[in-house]
Design a protein around this ligand. Structure first.
Ligand code: 6PG
Length: 258
């Protein structure tokens, strides 16, 4: 586990974009394809905008035709709904990017049907073996959830299914989400966490006191891959320096006392 701290959300997004380009280049060189599971929520939006922006250095370094975009989770809404993760990514990236391969979770369907359909799509791509994403992007909710794996969710105990549709009591809705076996099968899992509202939960999730049923982000532990946390100063404010490794632009920030 590596925690890298940057000045602000823009720098976090830039570091994530550089990582995306590098891991994409490596994946295409190794297997002629780059399979990515995208996070929803608001935090990754800047990253998605940077990747598709023609005035930025990242777009032309991405093999869009060889990249397969999946979603870690989706809300139970149509793709034009304000809460749709697909809509957020479409408006931030796909609408401005060269033709690419997008596997959307059909949130407009019955949640259980959307989950089964997406599971079938993963099986179509990977066959009988478990999906192996080259890169999995994740966020962190203030309650410690990640993807749509919420505290005490039965979905956390799922060991067979690839995609499920848990009911989320506190949101009074279903969500569709990849399960831990899939997320933890990722070659590289990267959390993007920014903003002061995440400081408490980030410290808790980073602590050695492991309660993955209460803080599902703690259940992310890739079997053979690496997990990186790209966070900004505001989110890392309560984290102890011992958590972080050399962060280039961010390192001295962490040691700066308020
Ligand atoms: C979703 C996400 C979810 C998100 C966290 C953080 O569909 O909402 O997949 O896990 O990453 O809720 O959300 P923010 O980035 O908006 O803080």
């Amino acid at each position: 586990m590596e925690l890298k701290v940057f000045r602000d959300a823009e720098e976090v997004a830039r570091a994530a974009a550089q990582l995306f380009v590098e891991q994409g280049r490596q994946a295409v060189a190794e297997s002629n394809g780059f399979c990515v599971a995208l996070s929803g929520g608001s935090t990754p939006k800047i990253l998605y905008q940077l990747l598709a922006n023609p005035n930025e250095p990242f777009r032309q370094q991405i093999a869009w035709d060889k990249t397969l975009f999946f979603f870690t989770d989706e809300r139970n809404v149509p793709p034009d709904h304000a809460d749709s993760n697909y809509r957020m990514v479409y408006e931030a990236m796909f609408a401005h990017a060269p033709k690419t391969n997008v596997y959307r979770i059909r949130g407009e369907k019955q949640a259980a049907d959307a989950a089964s359909e997406y599971e079938a799509a993963l099986v179509e791509v990977w066959g009988p073996s478990d999906p192996v994403f080259d890169l999995v992007l994740l966020g962190l909710g203030e309650d410690g959830h990640t993807a749509s794996l919420f505290p005490h969710s039965p979905a956390l105990k799922e060991s067979e299914r690839l995609v499920v549709a848990p009911w989320v009591e506190k949101l009074n809705t279903y969500r569709i989400t990849m399960t831990l076996p899939v997320l933890n099968n990722g070659k590289s899992v990267v959390f993007l966490v920014t903003g002061a509202s995440k400081a408490e939960v980030l410290r808790t999730v980073m602590s050695t006191d492991r309660k993955p049923d209460l803080y599902p982000a703690q259940a992310i532990s890739p079997t053979s891959g690496a997990v990186s946390w790209l966070v900004d100063e505001a989110a890392a404010r309560l984290c102890s320096t011992s958590n972080s490794s050399n962060t280039g632009a961010g390192n001295d920030l962490l040691n700066k006392k308020p």
